[in-house]
Design a protein around this ligand. Structure first.
Ligand code: C2E
Ligand code: SIN
Ligand code: SIN
Ligand code: FE
Length: 383
């Protein structure tokens, strides 16, 4: 006899878990976290060997397993054609709950996944994840109940209830992620457009700067949200360069004083472009682009602001910008050795840069230096 050592939870415990689940789900806007949380709770409350959450991808005409927990599933992303033969697809097409005590006796079940993962599905419970319009935007699927009995009416009810609790929020989180991603893509493209004229390796420069901003902000102890915001906004710090004529921006030598004055207006142009922006990321980018050439001792431009009058984001991006500019070659200068650039940054603490930010830069330096390990040898070999 197989001894059943699974703890069967009581109705009261289930109810408590459900209430807790409702609260957690309502406060989570990150889609990945939300789905993982949902899968964990479902497995706990109903008790199944496998839990999968499929998301409908209309463009590709498929369901894909955003979350797949259980034996053999760790590295498997499952893709099922919506029009094809599978229980999940049938559930998505019809919006019906499907509860099968013996899947192999049902013509709709496709055995392939069992064959690949070495898992024998016996019972299966699938409920649609429906949006406000009643359309199935995904499927919750459980395979094999932990106590080896078929899923019953109560399990069906529980899974439907949990799917309803989660669905509203899943949709919101999905929209939220999409908007975030498309925003970031737009910003990145915009930034490259602004800067591609003055360096072939603008992409590298921008990514280096955002990486340094991220590391420095983390080591300053800012919250994860602020770190992300500063990292992404930094892509736009030089957006004002769109307004600088080619003969100045691309001049392969030293600028005349007049040309340099024109060059300096890339800060105020950037400010004009981004002024009044409502999103947090563009607001941050506004302060970065306007103030990133201010210096801590008040000798910078465009306003000669001093110390903490310079917004924190701008003090951070200025450290990242100058360090990366020194390490890379420009039309007007050769690349410095990374060690020389590092020493320069430390020397300028209190004059050009905020000493607190230089401290954070020092602490984060092991992670920052990784970006330049290739550059260093290239410079040495060239010398
Ligand atoms: P960038 O090339 O991205 O440089 C950003 C900042 O890094 C510079 O701001 C400066 O603070 C620092 N930096 C870059 N190279 C050096 C260097 O060799 N020594 C030192 N001590 N610091 C350096 P800055 O000077 O306000 O320049 C702003 C932008 O103006 C530069 O951005 C670049 O696009 C342009 N620029 C500045 N000087 C020249 C030049 O002589 N010729 C040309 N063609 N462009 C220049
Ligand atoms: C199916 O739903 O028929 C295939 C996926 C699975 O084995 O759960
Ligand atoms: C932010 O505005 O993104 C947070 C950093 C700050 O305190 O300025
Ligand atoms: Fe700049």
């Amino acid at each position: 006899m197989i001894k059943n050592d699974v703890h069967i939870i009581t109705d009261q415990e289930k109810l408590n878990l459900l209430v807790e689940f409702g609260k957690q789900v309502a406060s989570e806007t990150n889609l990945d976290n939300l789905l993982l949380l949902t899968a964990k709770q479902i497995t706990k409350i109903i008790g199944a060997k496998r839990c999968m959450i499929f998301i409908r991808d209309e463009q590709r005409g498929e369901l894909w397993s955003k979350i797949a927990r259980g034996k053999g599933l760790r590295y498997t992303e499952i893709h099922l054609p919506i029009k094809g033969n599978s229980i999940a697809a049938y559930c998505a097409r019809t919006g019906e709950t499907i509860n099968l005590p013996d899947v192999y006796a049902d013509g709709r079940f496709s055995k392939e996944l069992d064959l690949i993962t070495g898992f024998k599905t016996n019972s299966l419970l699938a409920v649609p994840l429906t949006n406000k319009e009643g359309k199935a935007v995904g499927v919750f699927q459980l395979n094999n109940k932990t106590d080896n009995t078929p899923f019953d009416k109560r399990d069906e009810g529980l899974l439907k209830l949990m799917s309803n609790l989660a669905s509203g929020n899943i949709e919101i989180a999905q929209l939220y992620e999409e908007v975030k991603l498309s925003n970031l893509e737009t910003i990145y493209r915009l930034a490259i457009t602004a800067e591609y004229r003055d360096q072939q390796d603008t992409k590298v420069h921008l990514l280096n700067i955002s990486h340094i901003c991220e590391e420095v902000s983390k080591s300053l102890g800012l919250s994860a949200k602020d770190v992300e915001n500063i990292r992404d906004a930094s892509l736009l710090h030089d957006i004002g360069k769109v307004a600088i004529p080619d003969h100045i921006l691309l001049k392969p030598g030293k600028l005349t004083p007049d040309e340099y004055s024109t060059m300096k207006t890339h800060t105020t142009y950037g400010g004009r472009i981004l002024k009044g922006a409502k999103s947090k990321i563009l607001e941050t980018a506004y302060r970065m682009s306007l103030y990133h050439h201010e210096r801590f001792d008040g000798s910078g431009y465009p306003f000669g602001l001093k110390g903490e009058d310079i917004p924190l984001e701008a003090r951070i991006v200025s450290v990242a910008d100058v360090f990366d500019a020194l390490c890379m070659s420009r039309v007007y200068k050769k690349a410095w050795a990374v060690e020389t650039a590092y020493d320069y940054m430390l020397e300028q603490a209190g004059t050009e840069f905020d000493p607190q930010i230089i401290e954070a830069f020092k602490k984060a330096y092991p992670n920052i230096a990784k970006l330049y390990s290739g550059v260093e040898t290239a410079v040495k070999n060239a010398a």
